[in-house]
Design a protein around this ligand. Structure first.
Ligand code: F0G
Length: 491
């Protein structure tokens, strides 16, 4: 008799493990000393002192045997290596963009693009700028303006696409900005890509500009929430109507494509790669960190259609990244990315990836922990403002929870709150819109029992939440201060 086929609801890791890396167990007393020695900043801990490292999903994934095999076959020629052409073919196949400029990681692509496009006083709209993106815009004298839909800032509101841009506010921003004059705009015209300018630099009244509209998929700083295809289409329509270039920050484009497939009407029967191609078709270019959905430990690119801008970007990238057929990557890195981009779009992989994040989210919600809902793609974001109402925002509740997770269970997470975003360009401090702790899940690294343990650590900490106290910043740099700030617990 024929057996019935199994329809298991368990979504297993779609790989087996053939190479392992030991992780180190420490005691709570040891961790307290280690964290104090690291000035209460988990970024300053040694990775070997961390049991489960959820600091980031960036560059921390496990590569496949196919990626390693491709790396062995790489071509390390300085110019015109075949590894570059394989990389370029893969990026073009998926994005459809004409020009592909390799960079050593995502922020390098941002640096090249914004160095050429952004001038003093310019406004750059985005759903939410990631911290490096914001820092690059501000470094060039621009204003990074976040135009997320209101639901995106409400942790408990269920909405399928909480990463969407508020297109009414985008229209309004364009109307207002283009009508305004800015006090100090450089009146320089650029002759070439290295930024040489004609004539004298002068400060004069000029109309403000929006040199580019960005859209981050998925919206990392807003909870790893996806952007719908309808929203991408609408942002594109508005950008084109006003003649403004539209670029996608594409770090997690594959995860975003999966959410479109399962949540947006009309996409159920499309493959992730078809969805990704449609997404990119509405844009003029993208910046990419291949350390996320490129499934690689390093790498990135800037891809775009405009011939003149591409020529300028290539010339500038020679200064900071290297010759345009390697751009800061080794040939083997480009091979890893070329293979990784397709692996990130594999349906079995994406189903497992999104489900394992959701599984962690469900466990925490069941125990009463407030997280951003629905769970995002690459991470679970705990709402520390809700969990720790006794700690005021400028005593950094999300930082406090992050440290408590390390002390409790050797878990390293990251604060996305007022330490990361509170410092204003004029040196004042303002509470960030949300106080979040991000548990970012590296790709293909941890198993379900790691996730179960992790849930135990969070829940155990949650149960003792009244014991957590605030922090003060003892010293910090002016830019991206969270990476190296020194903190101290308040008595
Ligand atoms: N854009 C987004 C949305 C990102 O999440 C990141 C990096 C970047 C740009 C910059 O890319 O690191 O390759 O230079 N995010 C990492 C994170 C660091 O932990 O979320 P990069």
């Amino acid at each position: 008799m024929k057996l019935k086929s199994l329809e298991s609801r368990v979504i297993i890791e779609p790989f087996r493990i053939r190479s392992v890396e030991p992780i180190r167990f420490t005691t709570m007393d040891e961790r307290e000393k280690l964290l104090r020695d690291a000035s209460w900043n988990p970024f300053l801990l040694k990775a070997t002192d961390v049991l489960i490292d959820l600091l980031t999903d960036s560059g921390t994934g496990a590569m496949s045997s196919r990626q390693w095999a491709a790396m062995i076959e790489s071509d390390e020629s300085y110019a015109g290596s075949s590894s570059f052409y394989r990389f370029e073919t893969a990026v073009r196949d998926i994005t459809g963009f004409k020009h592909v400029i390799p960079t050593h990681q995502g922020r390098a692509a941002e640096n090249v693009l914004f160095s050429l496009l952004v001038q003093n006083g310019d406004v750059i709209p985005n759903n939410t700028h990631f911290d490096t993106t914001r820092a690059h815009v501000e470094h060039k004298g621009g204003e990074a303006r976040d135009l997320l839909i209101p639901e995106g800032l409400e942790p408990l509101t269920i909405h399928p696409f909480k990463g969407n841009m508020d297109t009414a506010r985008l229209e309004q921003t364009i109307r207002e900005t283009l009508g305004e004059t800015s006090g100090e705009t450089r009146n320089e015209s650029r002759d070439n890509a290295s930024g040489e300018t004609r004539g004298k630099s002068q400060v004069e009244k000029a109309r403000k500009k929006i040199p580019v509209i960005m859209l981050t998929v998925t919206n990392n700083s807003g909870g790893g929430q996806p952007v719908s295809m309808a929203n991408v289409r609408e942002v594109s329509r508005i950008a084109r109507k006003h003649g403004i270039p539209f670029f996608i920050d594409a770090c997690r484009f594959a995860e975003n494509s999966w959410f479109v497939k399962i949540r947006e009407e009309g996409y159920q029967d499309k493959t992730p790669i078809e969805i990704a191609r449609e997404l990119f078709s509405y844009a003029d270019g993208c910046t990419m960190s291949a350390k996320k959905d490129g499934m690689s430990n390093i790498g990135g690119y800037l891809a775009l259609n405009d011939d003149d801008l591409a020529r300028e970007c290539r010339s500038l990238s020679i200064l900071t990244e290297g010759f345009p057929t390697y751009g800061g990557m080794a040939g083997y890195d480009m091979e890893a990315v070329a293979a990784g981009l397709y692996e990130a779009l594999d349906e079995g992989y994406l189903r497992y990836r999104i489900r394992s994040t959701e599984y962690l989210g469900e466990k925490l919600v069941d125990a009463g922990v407030s997280i951003i809902q629905p769970t995002g793609g690459h991470a679970v974001y705990i709402d520390a403002k809700k969990m720790l109402p006794h700690i005021p925002p400028l005593q950094y509740p999300a930082w406090s929870l992050t440290n408590a997770l390390y002390l409790t269970g050797g878990v390293r997470a990251v604060e996305i709150g007022s330490v990361m975003f509170g410092l204003q360009p004029d040196g004042t401090e303002k509470p960030a819109p949300m106080e979040l702790v991000r548990l970012a899940i590296p790709r293909r690294v941890y198993t379900q029992s790691h996730i179960d343990y992790l849930a135990d650590v969070v829940i155990h900490t949650y149960e003792q939440r009244e014991k957590l106290g605030g922090y003060r910043i003892a010293s910090a740099p002016k830019v991206l201060r969270h990476f190296s700030a020194r903190l101290a617990p308040l008595e």
